[in-house]
Design a protein around this ligand. Sequence first.
Ligand code: XUL
Length: 517
Amino acid sequence: MALYLGLDSSTQGLKAVLIDAAQGSVVATSAVNYGHDLPEYGCRDGVLPNPDPLVKHADPLLWLAALDLLLGRMQAQGLPLQEVQGIGGSGQQHGSVYFNEAFFGIVSGLKPEGNLAGQLAPALSRPTSPIWMDSSTSAECAEITAAIGDRLQSATGSPAIERFTGAQIRKFWKTTPGDYLATRRIHLVSSFLCSVLIGGDAPLDSGDGAGMNLLNLNDLQWDAEIAEATAPGLLEKLPRIVAVPGMAGRLSGYFTKYGFAAGIPVAIWTGDNPASLVGCGGIGQGSAVVSLGTSDTFFAALDPYRVDPAGFGHVFGHPAGGFMCLTCFKNGSLARERVKDEAGVDWSFFGKAAFERTPAGNHGQWVLPWFEAEITPRVTQPGLRANFDFAGAAPEVRIRAVVEAQAMALRTHSLWMGEFKTLRVTGGGSQSAGILQTLADVFAAPVETLANPGSAGLGAAMIAAHVGCGYAYEALSASFCPPIGRVEPNPSAVQVYRECLPGFAQFEAEAQRPALS
Ligand code: XUL
């Protein structure tokens, strides 16, 4: 056996995937849901309530409590944790955790008789963590853009983006300069949890680091001028940066209480999207991944380096080397759930019947499902925009309108990345036949589904196997990511969408004006 553990600290929970790299098999999966399992932290759906709908913070101690709870559960399940040869991980991107001077001593001296949250609480210089759903930093984005200009996007792979960590750090400095001054280290969710695992101050990889608007992707170093324009003295508060995940360190003695062998290698963590690209077998060019989760994301390996001329897409480091491109839509599964609930139907109706009862193109009836402020395109005032009586329409018409809009937005905003021969679809939405067919037809490309148990956690486990024992990514992809289903595009529907797409792009561009209701 060659067991490797992948952990994925996502928006709504912490997930684990245990693989046997020698056998090419997934041995076990396990999960903790923040709202359900740790309600005492008050983070339903992983977010702290806030009167301002643009502010989305979480409690970083919740992520630690989840780690203790999950590992304890896996031990109680009798999983062979003592056989694990290495651990890797991924975190929701952009979320940041702020530490004072005490952090370094506390993290290196974790005591097994205590828990993680209790021990690390005094090390926080900011009690809450802004996460990727936050869009409250438009002013800070404008200030950073005014200082740096177009170089911000050509250097960091993205223009100034509200959820990216740079703008969040600037807001922290502006609103509570004393707390900012007391901050000695700013970690992302990924490097924070990796630090805890190694009992040290972990580096960041360029996959997650590129989500900060601070990393220069031309030389993979922090950009001193951009850092200083973001907040004074920021450079020295940032973790060490590395191009691709290597070994971060050895597992802290704290974790032997869960049965792990002392000192096993821990790989440098990455962001959930870069890990997911690995976990979907997206090592080379040719196929793109559509991940239908809390957010919908579209990503692929990118070669050569280039940026989105429209300014919505991003470039991150690829964990296997080189670059990846990504576009993220905030109104993903939450929008699908909203329309399903409001229509009073179940998932089987949503995934199948709704599409059997309505034609491709929905007779030109479109809705932009911006239940929440959207990031692609940038829409700060939530609200649906429709060209028909959406509320009065039949459930199947409303459902098709939402799914088609999501697929057409994915297509419109991924054109800068190039053409792809296939799409690999992952996440909860990949269970729906209607969604898969719509994607195949809108992209005019076959859609493949994967058997994977959570692509980010699987990718993290594959990274651990690569880093810990030199398993090649190509071989790991061949064993862990074979497609299990394939949906071919339907030529007549392809034609319908080909004709619709320019009009839809126009409709979306015009709808970026504030909603009327
Ligand atoms: C990517 C993004 C989201 C989060 C979700 O830029 O903001 O996909 O990574 O966890």
